[in-house]
Design a protein around this ligand. Structure first.
Ligand code: GAR
Length: 196
């Protein structure tokens, strides 16, 4: 690849992982974040991106259904020559055309040690509530390739942390977020380097 590896981040929520990635790649010699795509115009990620001058787009809900073509997002990404998609708290279905066009070039982060606590309904604080309710002593993060099935692609990286007896979903969220910020940008960088 004779240009920088161009990243699109997909995010639905607060966007703290998106911001950690944007921070990591600001002034990077071989990779750059070109845009954030969201399915929610009210998501906190839009506010966070303003200060980094990263273009943020909202694509409406009907584009993120199992039978959606994915063309709106695909056209947007093609127009900017996107090489890689990074899901950072993106809570919608990824249409098959996007998965196909970016095969091997879409990654997701999940806030548990998959295959535990993955699948439908398992996202964000729901994961941490379930982990605490099951009295797990360890939890962690999983970074994995994205396929058409939810939380199903091959695992690239996992990191563990303790679940303490006094943990609440909020305190566990904070510990998991710290792990995510530490590892996700670095793993994205390694994958991007392989594409070059
Ligand atoms: C992160 O913890 C991420 O792992 C999780 O949502 C959170 C988003 O936080 N993703 C999932 O649960 C996907 N199934 P953020 O918006 O502050 O980055």
């Amino acid at each position: 690849m004779d240009k920088k590896c161009r990243i699109a981040i997909f995010a639905s929520g607060e966007g703290s992982n998106a911001e950690a990635i944007v921070r990591y790649f600001s002034n990077h010699s071989t990779m750059e974040v070109m845009m954030v795509i969201s399915n929610n115009e009210k998501a906190g990620v839009h506010r966070r991106m303003q200060k980094w001058n990263i273009p943020c787009f909202t694509i409406e809900k009907s584009e993120w259904q199992p039978d959606s073509t994915g063309y709106v997002a695909l056209e947007l990404m093609r127009s900017k020559g996107i090489d890689m998609i990074v899901l950072a708290g993106f809570l919608a279905y990824i249409p098959a055309n996007i998965v196909t066009e970016f095969k091997g070039r879409i990654v997701n982060i999940h806030p548990s040690l998959l295959p535990k606590y993955g699948g439908k309904g398992m996202w964000g604080h729901h994961v941490h509530e379930a982990v605490i309710a099951a009295r797990e002593t360890m939890s962690g993060i999983t970074i994995h390739h994205v396929t058409e099935k939810l939380d199903d692609g091959s695992i690239i990286f996992q990191a563990e942390c303790e679940v303490l007896p006094a943990d609440t979903p909020d305190s566990l969220t904070a510990r998991i977020h710290r792990l995510e910020y530490e590892h996700y940008p670095r793993i994205v960088e390694q994958l991007g380097m392989k594409l070059q």
